[in-house]
Design a protein around this ligand. Sequence first.
Ligand SMILES: NC(=O)c1ccc[n+]([C@@H]2O[C@H](COP(=O)([O-])OP(=O)(O)OC[C@H]3O[C@@H](n4cnc5c(N)ncnc54)[C@H](OP(=O)(O)O)[C@@H]3O)[C@@H](O)[C@H]2O)c1
Length: 267
Amino acid sequence: MRAKRTGAQAQTALITGGSGGIGFQIARVLGRKGFDLVLVSRKRDSLEAAAGQLEGKYGVKVHVFAADLRRTETPQAIFDFLHHENIPIEVLVNNAGFGLLGAFADTKLQREMEMIQVNIVALTHLTKLFLPGMIKRKSGRILNVASTAAFQPGPLMAVYYATKAYVLSFSQALAEELRNSGVTVTALCPGPTATEFASSANVGKSGLFAAFGIADADDVARFGVAAMMQGKRVAIPGIKNKIIAQASRITPRAISTRITRIAQESR
Ligand SMILES: NC(=O)c1ccc[n+]([C@@H]2O[C@H](COP(=O)([O-])OP(=O)(O)OC[C@H]3O[C@@H](n4cnc5c(N)ncnc54)[C@H](OP(=O)(O)O)[C@@H]3O)[C@@H](O)[C@H]2O)c1
């Protein structure tokens, strides 16, 4: 599916964390389809570099909004900016997120509170703000980036796994509420993927990252956007990840939790 045009204006996709990693690759896939783009992340120079690349390659309009999603006022500021510029959002990609490896008793509370703010609160807030316009237009796509971490508890990354379980559960419930509304919600659940995530979460050392092989961010993005365009509710890229998700449904919770702990422990 390509972006529709109204006069000179193409449909617009908003991507949080659109300057790097999976978010940038999602922006590329959507730019290739003709969507104008709004990229949000903290570092203006990375945003502008990403925007220059996308505009040059796909000839679409790219707006950048430099802001920190750890701040509670950021979602409203993004919404107000786009409202002021009269840019309706057809595609919302809640991608920005991060993790943290370590025993909960030892990790920094502040980092985990920020993680909950970015991974859960900002995602929920942005959805709340942009959904009414989509419902009114009877058209819209929401892609929430969860993880295979959503399918079972994750000892040594307890808060991160729990945030992703929230993203999956919230997305599936909302998708059902929006049945027949013209608006779809897709939870993308990647496994380990080659981005900056591993170094920022310090999970490069985790056995899980080593054991499962690392996917290409471009493949994950193409898979996620295709699933979103088809209105699929859950998108799990890669056969190994599908097996993990399926196995976690039939394995007793205590056992899958124990297995995840063993896999998660440093080599
Ligand atoms: N990589 C994996 O193995 C993996 C696996 C499963 C799920 N995921 C999920 O995929 C999503 C994207 O991760 P990624 O691997 O692409 O990570 P990444 O390479 O670290 O990229 C994160 C992006 O989010 C932005 N960002 C980070 N913190 C932000 C904040 N506080 N406010 C605004 N923007 C912020 C970053 O730009 P700035 O630093 O400039 O803000 C960057 O554009 C996350 O939700 C992650 O949990 C990743």
